[in-house]
Design a protein. Structure first.
Length: 271
């Protein structure tokens, strides 16, 4: 009975000493969590009204949410009577160790932040970077996902993206399609130019501004070569490219303008 009374007294003392602190910590956590949800919801609405980039929205909301949650946890622990100074030192030491172990990942994280802030490309853009050509499918904190023309998914680290060269084909809203077409030396150059230009202007996916051009680019060994250069929207690039090659061949054949075959000279030595 005496032991039971002792344990009962200890339990009562514990509840009297720590009960208010535990209840206060629970209330702080519940109220703080509710406030954080309200803040993130308001932040999302504000960024939607300001038409912020989708990837930037996700990053900022996630960053602010986790920062507030960390402060909330520290406040709850402090309410329970735990010294937060030693806890902060422990977190700093753990952060340093993790940082040294994950240098590459942190570089990719920093690269992701730079890409989201400066926005050299956005979702849907056709870009070329790190030897990969593709449309941007997703911009994450550590990587960028590209869909190649072969419908392959390429995942490129953001650290390399932020520190390397990026060619954005979509940024200007138009692309030039470069093709070369050759005719025989005996053919009429002006007539051939008119035929090739008609092929370009008859294609509805070729832009009127900038105007397409056909110019003599080279006097080759067996042909006079034309630089055939229409402009189009980035999403129409391959359609215009293939249509230009096929249309040029058909139009030159119909106009009876020779497209020379490759010439090969064979020399035979007499015995």
């Amino acid at each position: 009975m005496k032991d039971a009374e002792i344990w009962m007294n200890k339990a009562i003392d514990f509840v009297v000493d720590y009960g208010p602190k535990v209840l206060g910590a629970i209330l702080i956590y519940l109220i703080g969590s509710w406030i954080i949800k309200k803040i993130t919801r308001v932040l999302k609405n504000v960024m939607n009204k300001k038409h912020y980039d989708e990837s930037l929205q996700k990053f900022l909301v996630s960053l602010i949410s986790w920062t507030l949650k960390i402060f909330l946890i520290i406040t709850v622990i402090s309410t329970l009577g735990v010294e937060t100074t030693s806890l902060a030192a422990l977190i700093a030491a753990a952060g340093l160790a993790i940082g040294l172990a994950l240098q590459g990942s942190l570089g990719n994280f920093a690269g992701g932040v730079l890409l989201i802030i400066f926005k050299p490309y956005k979702i849907g853009d056709l870009i070329e970077a790190q030897g990969v050509l593709g449309s941007v499918k997703e911009i994450e904190i550590f990587t960028t996902k590209l869909v190649t023309p072969q419908n392959k998914l390429a995942i490129v680290p953001n650290g390399a993206m932020a520190n390397g060269n990026i060619i954005n084909y979509t940024a200007e809203g138009k692309m030039r399609v470069d093709t070369t077409v050759g005719i025989g030396y005996g053919e009429d150059i002006k007539k051939a130019k008119d035929v090739l230009l008609a092929v370009l202007t008859s294609n509805p996916k070729v832009l009127e501004n900038p105007a397409p051009s056909v110019n003599v680019s080279e006097l080759a060994d067996s042909s006079v070569n034309f630089a055939v250069r229409p402009f189009c929207k980035p999403e129409d690039y391959w359609d215009v490219y293939f249509a230009t090659i096929e249309g040029s061949k058909l139009a030159l054949d119909a106009a009876e303008i020779e497209i020379p075959y490759p010439h090969r000279v064979q020399i035979q030595k007499k015995d």
